[in-house]
Design a protein around this ligand. Structure first.
Ligand SMILES: NC(=O)c1ccc[n+]([C@@H]2O[C@H](COP(=O)([O-])OP(=O)(O)OC[C@H]3O[C@@H](n4cnc5c(N)ncnc54)[C@H](OP(=O)(O)O)[C@@H]3O)[C@@H](O)[C@H]2O)c1
Length: 256
């Protein structure tokens, strides 16, 4: 028996979302896959044809398109028992040099869409008395993020929001877990216009490893998952270090 019957995965056209969708399908879970790139979603659905895979293209930054995804989560016909709130992005640079429209589009997807989807899914799941919500945050949400200030702050929202929902929804039978990946080999860095060439190899993880840790986390209802030893050490060390050292170190890592 798969742990989940039907999962809706946002950001399934690439990277961590794609890896989560593939792992769920291999475990016997049917899927609803969401992103903007229809061709990529369709080709993933074709590859996973042994499962029932619904392609639901949507730009989550567009309220009308987002509403279609919310409606799918609220639908009791072929109900969704796992929401993977994974789509997200950010841009690199000093905040005042970045385009403010692009910066607020990060908030639209990383915060507003994630919140609305969690509300739609959480309500339906709590009513049914079972389900799971997996949010993708970031190590960037645990530390200051100079040169990715809006992105880091959006992920700090996801960490706090996810851990609060874990407490509220757990007693109603809904596991809520938030994953905080570190550097993961996906299209993220290119899209973020981030030069990753100076990041040492040992800090990188594969999308598959992150997906495995994330799914184990939501299956067990673990509130916060930090995948990989270097990331765990960084997350724990930053808790103990004075704020000025944290700000200096993250500033050095993110130099343009
Ligand atoms: N890679 C890392 O180092 C890293 C580290 C920490 C956290 N994360 C987080 O992990 C999550 C997945 O990122 P990734 O690393 O897998 O990057 P990725 O390969 O760039 O994938 C991002 C996914 O989000 C989707 N997406 C972006 N904007 C969207 C929009 N407006 N509407 C719908 N879908 C949208 C993209 O699909 P379309 O372009 O087809 O819409 C794509 O499927 C993100 O939340 C990211 O912040 C990544």
């Amino acid at each position: 028996m798969p742990r989940w019957t039907r999962a809706l995965v946002t950001g399934a056209s690439s990277g961590i979302g794609d890896a989560i969708a593939r792992r769920l399908a291999a475990d016997g879970t049917d899927l609803v896959i969401v992103a903007r790139n229809v061709e990529r979603l369709q080709s993933l659905a074709d590859e996973l044809r042994e499962r029932d895979v619904e392609v639901l293209p949507a730009d989550l930054g567009d309220r009308e398109q987002l509403a279609r995804v919310e409606a799918r989560l609220a639908d009791d016909h072929q109900p969704i028992d796992l929401l993977v709130n994974n789509a997200g992005f950010g841009f690199t640079g000093d905040f005042i040099d970045l385009d403010v429209e692009r910066e607020t589009s990060v908030i639209d997807v990383n915060i507003t869409a994630l919140t609305r989807l969690a509300h739609a899914a959480g309500s339906a799941m709590a009513r049914r008395g079972n389900g799971g919500i997996l949010n993708t945050a970031s190590i960037a949400g645990l530390v200051p993020s100079p040169r990715t200030a809006t992105y880091g702050a959006s992920k700090a929202f996801v960490v706090s929001f996810g851990e609060s929902l874990n407490q509220e929804l757990g007693p109603k039978g809904v596991n809520v877990s938030t994953i905080c990946p570190g550097f993961t080999r996906t299209e993220f860095q290119d899209r973020a216009e981030f030069d990753a060439s100076r990041i040492p190899g040992f800090l990188w993880q594969s999308a598959e490893d992150v997906a495995a840790a994330a799914l184990a986390g939501v299956a067990s209802g673990t509130p916060r998952v930090v995948p990989g030893l270097p990331n765990k050490m960084a997350a724990n060390t930053t808790k103990l270090m004075p704020g000025f050292i944290n700000r200096r170190l993250t500033g050095l890592l993110s130099q343009g």
